[in-house]
Design a protein around this ligand. Structure first.
Ligand SMILES: NC(=O)c1ccc[n+]([C@@H]2O[C@H](COP(=O)([O-])OP(=O)(O)OC[C@H]3O[C@@H](n4cnc5c(N)ncnc54)[C@H](OP(=O)(O)O)[C@@H]3O)[C@@H](O)[C@H]2O)c1
Length: 246
């Protein structure tokens, strides 16, 4: 592909974990990737290590909870590329004191608000700011990093494998994110843009912990496929090509 037809992607929270791996896999497929991180020095360092492997990766400071950073990111993309083909909303936090059990009776307002700020409100603000650029793509893709823990269908089933992990702030933030996926997909259905939620799997990262069964390389496969496959669904919740219940 020539420079002008190379796809342009932005991945948030991409200095480590699934985000960093997603950047690498997208760039290996010939995409120009903007590696965004809230700490500028970490963005520069991570992008530099991928460029050293010959990959087309550009660093960008982007704290997704900062409106100023979001506006600056939109300006940067507009001035440098004039469009955006792929947005991977990967940045996410688990802000509760403990993983597992059921904290519905005790979760604090601070935990709820902090979690929703990053995992839900920021995704909507960034996506809306970048939509004019995504509309200029011949086949725009928005991939929201959700979690199976956001599935209400599975949480309502006491026999489901995730039933014991009722961390209200994190789980509800991903349920709300899934609502954004479905609603935005419907709003954009007559455009070439496709909007989907990806469950990466339970992956060995700082967030997933070392007990997780999946390696980071495999955890990036679902968002990368939803970003790159020529045919993808619209408004779906997917893990490794399989639909998950909402
Ligand atoms: N790992 C799993 O098992 C699993 C399962 C299901 C879903 N997910 C989802 O997958 C995504 C990636 O998770 P991960 O496991 O790779 O987590 P991780 O290793 O903890 O990485 C999270 C990334 O998000 C960034 N981040 C947090 N707040 C941010 C903000 N305000 N602005 C910009 N970046 C921010 C972090 O940056 P700093 O380095 O600056 O903190 C870090 O780069 C998350 O949305 C998560 O919910 C993960």
């Amino acid at each position: 592909m020539s420079a002008s037809t190379k796809r342009i992607a932005l991945v948030t929270g991409a200095n480590r974990g699934i985000g960093l791996e997603t950047v690498e896999q997208l760039a290996q497929q010939g995409v120009t990737v903007v590696l965004a991180a809230r700490d500028e020095s970490k963005a520069v360092q991570a992008a530099g290590s991928l460029r050293a492997k010959g990959l087309d990766v550009v660093a960008l400071k982007l704290d997704v909870t900062s409106s100023a950073d979001i506006q600056a990111a939109a300006r940067f993309l507009e001035e440098r590329y004039g469009r955006l083909d792929i947005l991977v909303n990967n940045a996410g936090i688990f802000a509760e004191a403990q993983f597992g059990g059921n904290n519905s009776a005790t979760v604090t307002q601070a935990e709820l608000r902090r979690t929703f700020d990053t995992n839900f409100f920021a995704v909507i603000e960034l996506t809306q700011a970048l939509l004019p650029l995504l509309r200029r793509s011949p086949a725009g893709r928005i991939v929201n990093l959700s979690s199976i823990l956001g599935s209400l269908t599975l949480h309502a089933d006491p026999a489901s494998p995730i039933a014991a992990a009722k961390n209200l702030a994190y789980n509800a933030s991903k349920t709300a994110l899934n609502a954004f996926t479905v609603h935005l997909a419907a709003a954009l259905k007559d455009t070439p843009i496709r909007v989907n939620s990806a469950h990466p799997g339970w992956v060995k990262t700082a967030l997933g912990g070392q007990a997780a069964p999946m390696e980071i390389e495999d955890g990036a496969k679902t968002p990368v496929a939803l970003a790159l496959a020529p045919e993808v669904p619209n408004g779906a919740f997917v893990h490794l090509g399989q639909p998950l219940p909402w």
